[in-house]
Design a protein. Sequence first.
Length: 305
Amino acid sequence: MRALVYDPDAAQGLRLGEVPEPQPESSQVLVEVRATSLNFGEVAFLRDRHRPGDVAGWDAAGTVIAAAADGSGPRGGARVVTFGWGGAWAQRRVVEANQLAVLPDSVAFVAAAALPVAAVTALRAVRRLGPLLGRRILITGASGGVGRFAVQLAARAGARVVAVVGRRERGAGLTELGAAEVAVGAGGLTGTFDGALDNVGGRMLADVYALLAPGALALSIGMASLEATVIDFEAARIRAGGSRIEAFNVGDRFGEDLVYLVGLLAAGQLDPQVGWRGSWERASEAAELLLGRQVRGKAVLEVAR
């Protein structure tokens, strides 16, 4: 079958090639992939995490062509959205039955493929902040895939969301998604925040920490800046005792959360924010745009059958 394989000599490390068919275990379903998405972490660290010839990819939507032998999961013919730590950038993938959700006919494969890592990360991070009704919450990197889902979900939970972007044009549409305020950078922000989700890292995470109210939590979700963070903790103790930073990890077993998110999508209560879509033959182009922060939201590839 055809797949996007890691090739260190290819543009953005991606090349279409032939690979062996995946062989499902008894608890896995075999899925014909119709759409797959790119995540910043996959593309930025492709060379660090994979060997030449590997098939990467976390998110994929398509049709079950072989049900799990142990009887778990959906039957053949079911439309599904799936998650796994590899294998999504191919015509077919295998996936555990607890890592997928069945799609209603009203939800397109392209929209569904945007969900798994970005939307589940946003959902679990918003939950980690605790009750948000009436609380002022800061979200950095709000123009990206995780950020745009987080804005929607935090606003839905009752938070007053302040969304931070790197350039003014990157903030387009965030107010419509629920942001009460959109700021370019954190430098001009005033007041304190009851919680924060940081997708940028580097200097931004230090700036976020300086804006926390006493006892507030900042979740370090990603490092789109690709820079280390240096923080003056002595100053933090004086300014806002008890505030803290936690390194966020999305975890595993996406199935239940995907079912919830698909329900929101089907009801028109969640926007997948697909900022770029095209054939997987244009994967290198999409990856370059994503790394260059030229995509608002998610980049989704349509997979040829």
